[in-house]
Every structure is written in C-alpha cells, then in structure tokens.
Design a protein around this ligand. Structure first.
Ligand code: ATP
Ligand code: MG
Length: 388
C-alpha cells in the first residue's frame, strides 16, 4: 500500500494532434513545480499523472494546485489485491474520514471504474458490493446517489486507487505551450494579476520593470523582485529585467509639457519593453491597465500608448473593476506584497493635471524633444537581469 496523488488534466486542449506535445510540456511543468520537494516522482499513465514517493503530502498538493493545465488532484491509496483487500482498505479510509468529520450522519456513494478488465468484478459490482460493505461497517452512513456528502472512488487499473478527495487546481493551459510574452511589471496590484492571467493561457513570461533610482528606493525594487518570485510559483522561471528609467524621466520632465509626462513616459516604457521582448523571444507585451482606472488609461491614452509599439499589447484586466482585480491578487498571493507602501516610479514624476485625451500628433511632437533613441539605448545597455 502506498500513498500517491492522482493528477487530472484538461481534456479540451488535448484534443487532436497536439496531445502528446501538451502532455509533455505539462509533465515537465509538474516536475519543475515539485523540484524542491525531495525524492518525489511523477509518472504518466493512461491520460493521468501520478505523484509518488513523497513524505510531505501537503507540500506536493500545494505546488500542484498552482500548475496551469491541471484540473484536479486526489490524494489516493495505491493497492494491489482482490476485492477483499479493496474493501478492507476502503473501510479504514472511510473510518478515518468519518472520525475527521465527526458528524452524526453522512451520505455517500461509491464510484468505480475498471480500466483493467482482468480484474474479475465489473465496476457495477464493485460499486454495489463496496457500498454494501461500507453501509454495514458504519451505521452513520446513508446512500445518496444524487447529492452525497462524500464520493468514495475506486479505480482499478494496473494497480487499484482509492480516494475520496477531489482538490480543484488552477485550470488553464500548460505554461510554455502558447509562446512567450513580456510583462510590464510595476509594484502595483494590477500587473502581477495581468501576468498571472496571461500565463494561465499557457504563455511563458519574461518581466520588465522600470526603476527610477534614487527617486524610488531599493526596497521598491525588492518588492517587484518578490512579486516576480511569487509569479514563478505559477509560471516557472522568470527573467526580470530591471531598466534604469530615471534619465528618460528627467529629460522628459525638463523638456516636455508637464501635463503630457505620464503618457510620454508610458510610450517610452512600451518602446523599451518591446526591444527587450524581441531579444527574449517574446511576441507580445502585457500590462495591467484597465479602462478608466487612471488618467493614462482612458481609451484615448491607451490608443496613444499602443501607437508606440508594433507588437500586440495584451491587457487582460481591461474590463475588470479594481475590486475584482484585488480579489484575484489575494487569491494568487500577490496582494500583500503589492500593497507595501514603497512608491513606484510613476508617482514621482506624476503631473498635477495629466491630459486625459491626448492627441497623437502633439504627443509625437513632444516625444521628439528628447533624444529618445540614445536614451533608450543607454537604458538597454544598463538593464539588470535577475533570474527567478
Ligand atoms: P499597477 O497596479 O499594475 O501598477 P496601475 O493601476 O498603478 O497598475 P499605472 O501605474 O498607470 O496603473 O500602470 C499601468 C501599467 O503599466 C501597469 O499595470 C504595468 O503593466 C505598467 N507599469 C507601470 N509602471 C511600471 C513600472 N515601473 N515598471 C514596469 N511596468 C510598469
Ligand atoms: Mg502602478
């Protein structure tokens, strides 16, 4: 008898000829997610994965629930043997479960599947016989086939697996199965959530952060590193590019109309991020913008920002209310870090009355008041890359 974790993944993306490719990427991502857990083994069998040979079950479960492409997992007991053995172990498991729940009455049903036809009982018989044994053993149990408190599962394959817990996972698609994008990662609440959403669709991330030392402190940089690190729990390794942005901001501040500073800054951020994306093999940019949230996020501003680059810009939060974004941030574990009070670069050079309806021609004219190409090149030459 051995403890294992049965791992289920989505059927939808597995249709068609990409199946083995997706399975390979997903298997690899599971292995990466469990890299720090000693000795654990992941094997692939009949449209499932199994995690085996671990001691810290909670750690394995915790890591797997964050792997995109997994649908659910079940801690199970793997046994070999006849029906009597199945019944004995099932009783033991059910007994422990009922003790844990400590309720006077509970409803259940047995589900069974027989993939190994050499097993002498068919699944209907297993279901019926095991149900009867459990009923007899535990007077507090009643059968309810429609809406039971607990479903006890028996899967007869090469081995037999018994389980009654079904833990939902993150869903989505395996990271890396749908290319790569560059995430503009600030220290705020929104951009980590935006990155998480795109990664959930199977897109690997590289991250770009604009740092305005000494106007922004080392602590604000540490905060962004920490946010990227939290994201890697879902995405696997991320290369974080920290771009020195102060000089561009100072030049804009000195030479350009005050009310246009934000939009000009955003255009330069996009241009630099696009160059980094190309170098990193990323085919799109990702931001945490949503319509109307701040002055730089009016439709007109977003359009002028878009115009700065040729790459598609993905804004997965575009139609989200702040409150919904905050909820997701909490659920994925970035919120607590995002709300740490260290200023991000935008607050230092924020104009008092930013334009909310910028005109592209005017912005293009202002943009040329600084030596953009030289400044961009200088910033790119001084990028610090942190691999997380
Ligand atoms: P966030 O909470 O993600 O910071 P926000 O609501 O504060 O977003 P802005 O500060 O206008 O809005 O930023 C909009 C988007 O621009 C961010 O979501 C992020 O993708 C990008 N961005 C802003 N500042 C930076 C920065 N210093 N480095 C990298 N990207 C940034
Ligand atoms: Mg911000």
């Amino acid at each position: 008898m051995e403890k294992v974790i049965l791992i289920r993944y989505g059927e939808i993306f597995l249709k068609g000829r990409n199946r083995s490719y997706f399975e390979k990427v997903l298997l690899n991502n599971c292995r990466k997610a469990l890299r720090e857990i000693p000795d654990v083994n992941i094997i692939r069998a009949q449209g499932r994965f199994f995690a085996e040979n671990y001691t810290d079950e909670d750690a394995v479960i915790d890591a797997l629930t964050r792997v995109f492409g997994l649908v659910s997992i079940s801690p199970a007991l793997k046994i070999d043997g006849d029906f009597e053995e199945i019944a004995a172990v099932s009783k033991q498991m059910m007994g422990e479960y009922l003790d844990e729940q400590a309720k006077e009455q509970m409803t259940f049903k047995v589900e069974s599947r027989r993939a190994d036809k050499r097993f002498p009982m068919d699944s209907m018989t297993i279901r019926r016989e095991l149900g009867a044994r459990l009923l007899k053993a535990f007077p507090q149990l009643k059968v309810d086939v429609h809406n039971p408190d607990v479903v006890f599962n028996v899967e007869v394959r090469e081995h037999t697996y018994l389980y009654y817990k079904m833990i939902p996972c993150a869903g989505g698609m395996p990271v890396g199965s749908n290319g790569k994008a560059a995430l503009l990662l600030s220290g705020g609440i929104d951009s980590p959530v935006a990155g998480w959403m795109i990664a959930k669709r199977g897109v690997a991330l590289t991250a770009v952060h604009f740092h305005s030392f000494p106007y922004t402190s080392d602590r604000s940089k540490e905060k962004v590193i920490e946010l990227a690190r939290i994201l890697t729990r879902y995405t696997g390794s991320i290369r974080l590019h920290v771009v020195p942005f102060t000089k561009i901001q100072q030049e804009l501040y000195e030479r350009c109309p005050d009310e246009e500073l934000t939009i000009l800054m955003r255009r330069y951020m996009m241009k630099i991020a696009e160059r980094i994306a190309v170098k990193e093999g990323a085919a799109a940019l990702v931001t945490g913008e949503s319509i109307g949230q701040v002055a730089s996020q009016t439709i007109e501003s977003l359009a002028v920002t878009n115009d700065a680059v040729d790459m598609p810009v993905f804004r997965p939060l575009i139609g989200f209310d702040k409150i919904d974004i905050m909820e997701t941030a909490e659920a994925i574990g970035t919120y607590e870090t995002s709300i740490l009070p260290y200023e991000d670069c935008c607050t230092v050079f924020t104009p008092r009355h930013p334009v909310t309806r910028p005109k592209l021609e005017r912005i293009l004219r202002s943009e040329k008041l600084i030596d953009g190409e030289t400044l961009i090149q200088e910033a790119l030459d001084n990028v610090e890359v942190i691999t997380l």
